[in-house]
Design a protein around this ligand. Sequence first.
Ligand code: ME8
Length: 521
Amino acid sequence: MSNEKKTFYITTPIYYPSGRFHIGTAYTTVAADTMARYKRLLGFDVRFQTGMDEHGQKIQEKAQEANKEPKVYVDEITVAAKKLWSMMDISYDDYVQTTEERHTKAVEKIFQKFLDNGDIYKGEYEGWYCTPCESFFTEMQLVNGNCPDCGRPVHKVKEQSYFFNMKKYADRLLAYYNENPGFIEPESRKNEMINNFIKPGLEDLSVSRSSFDWGIRVPGDAKHVIYVWVDALTNYITTLGYPTDENGEFAKYWPADVQVVGKDIVRFHTIYWPIFLMALDLPLPKKVFAHGFIMMKDGKMSKSKGNVIYPEMLIERYGLDATRYFLLRELPFGSDGVFSPESFVERTNFDLANDLGNLLNRTVSMMNKYFDGVIPTENLVATEFDAALQAQADETITKYEENMDKMQFSVVLSDVWALISRTNKYIDETSPWVLAKDEALKPQLGMVMYNLAENLRRVAVLLQPFMTKSPKEIVRQLGLSEDCLTWASLSGEQAIPTGTTVIDKGEPIFPRLEAEVEMEY
Ligand code: ME8
């Protein structure tokens, strides 16, 4: 056992196929992908899952609007979603569609278990339903008669229903929160759950619907379909083979290490989901991380406002790495943030084109100028500026690990950029053009050149979870193979082999954008 790699299971929400995915959906998925890539870099056996939440009234209505059979409709959107994820280099290991048999059969068994254990009883539901959120509300919970979550109109529902006895688990849930302080992050979300939902008293949850039929049937009572959130939340275990676990995947990967969700669905993931797991006598996920929302200057993205940003637009014009970088650099993970074209152009120009792009360009051209392109590795003599640069590199790596584990992506990137700026400053401090004038100072010049190449290589290693193309391009321009991009190389001795030759002339990795042109665009 001890030789087996440590596992890391990370999930995104499974999204509704209710339309084209915008940058909000991409944001969650890129964040989870970055974490998955980071853990793989460290040598973990990672399982990264995303997918599509395909049942429920909302999707049935969408399919009707599109004049399609629901299954045809959801399959088409899944094809488009997978195309987008491939365009964004999302490295998922499993993609679930809740209409797949591996899932539906398992959900039936889970529902049956709830029935057998007496967690579910039959009654009548009378209250309000928000179809876009697929959520039930009492009269008291409505805000001005509308959905308290999304503000849209709700409709009255009165139908026979199965109910899940949530109350029974409220104390255990609170105790779990207390004993596992890192279970919900950020902390503020936890307080919101306790004060707004658990303390006022959990309502029993209606877990079936009988006024439409696009869903998984309740075992033994085909008039009812299973409530879409019961169906959806269990995806995280059904894909692992629960409850039979024939391949041992469930035993291997559950409980999940991190479940990434947006702030809109925290309640489902930190109240309903843990309670379902408790009822099944299963361990709870180690962490649910709720990030904030990407807003536009005029508020929420919405089709009616015409302010929706689609990831394809950004990627086609600015490239995938600039897009992924922007999403994780601009918004502190956990807080809301505003997407503005101005800040996109600024980040691309200042951080990517100037700081990183120029550092690479200057390094490659000086290497060609002073050492015929061969990175010097012998007869080097340190300069008075080396120790400070090395100290900052060491500190960046230490802080990187700490902040990645906390999923503080914007902090991590800001620290990596501080190292890039420090390396640029090192060029000014050491003035290679001055050293080059004196043959006696060639060993110092060699050291400077080696350090520039080595710090660019380190930066490339550190950027791999965030960017999927540029790290490889950086090392290619430095004449190194991709094998040098390992995590272990960060702490090893001389990482650049003797005889490494940089390319003759590098293309800029991030072209500068003309702000005025882009604003028009
Ligand atoms: O809720 N900013 O699916 P969904 C950041 N099917 N993230 C955003 C965002 C924005 N503006 N808009 C959406 C569902 N998201 C259910 C989930 S899970 C068992 C079932 C992201 O398609 C964010 O992650 O409405 C949010 O939680 C999710 O999309 C909602 O996706």
